[in-house]
Design a protein around this ligand. Sequence first.
Ligand code: PXL
Length: 268
Amino acid sequence: MPNPPLALTIAGFDPCGGAGLQADLKTFQAHGVYGLSAATTVTVQNTLGVAEIFPLPAPIIRRQIDNLLEDFTIQAVKIGMVGSSENIPVISRLIKEHQIKQVVLDPIIKSQSGFIFLDDEGQNALLDELLPLCLLITPNLKEAEQLCSFPIKNQPDMLKAAKYLHNRGAKNILIKTGMLNKNQCSDLFSAGANEVFRHWNQLDGQSPHGTGCILAAAITANLALGQSLADSIGNAQIYLQKLLKSPLKIGHGYPLINLTHYSKKCII
Ligand code: PXL
């Protein structure tokens, strides 16, 4: 059997396994991609919400990533929760030094329950230093509003936000509305000159924890498998849409995404 492609996730540790490193690694696995990981933050949370976060110091993040990149040739990288503004120059420098081209940035700013993960200084550093190095950035509507500092209420606003982020150095942008969004469920993919809205059927229920992480991890896995960016996004959107049809209610709060599905191909 040939070796699988390798993908790296740089993200936060989520003890309930719905988001962050755990969700990314499970998503890589489901795609037949070998997952490597570097932790930026230890979060304390369950499905009821985030209780506390412990960002790790920048040297620990640098050592984890450097050590992996000395050993492995990685096809794609996903960046989620960065932990603190001090970690951003460290991550940016490593991406440049190791000339990693396929980088997907999911700009994690706030949890679903309202916990702030990245302050204003961190958001500015993300825009100034990390954004221009990434192949794709995948903000949801709220994250796009935070990054652009203007309200986004409709499709013209989404186009304006994409333009703003391109001007700040973004190469490709996916603005997600969420399939459980009551008013709007058409995601915007903008590659600069090329802008496409993709409509999703609205689903019922509460939005599960970790959907953004899983979508970005699936895009990263598809890139690692050699798919084009447009196919990587399209296939990941379909993958997530299928998973959203049967959310997992195993805690007392937000539903989780069921990543225990496995392909029969995997059984020896
Ligand atoms: O879903 C955003 C997110 C990403 N990464 C980690 C998280 C969360 C939300 O709680 O904990 C580690």
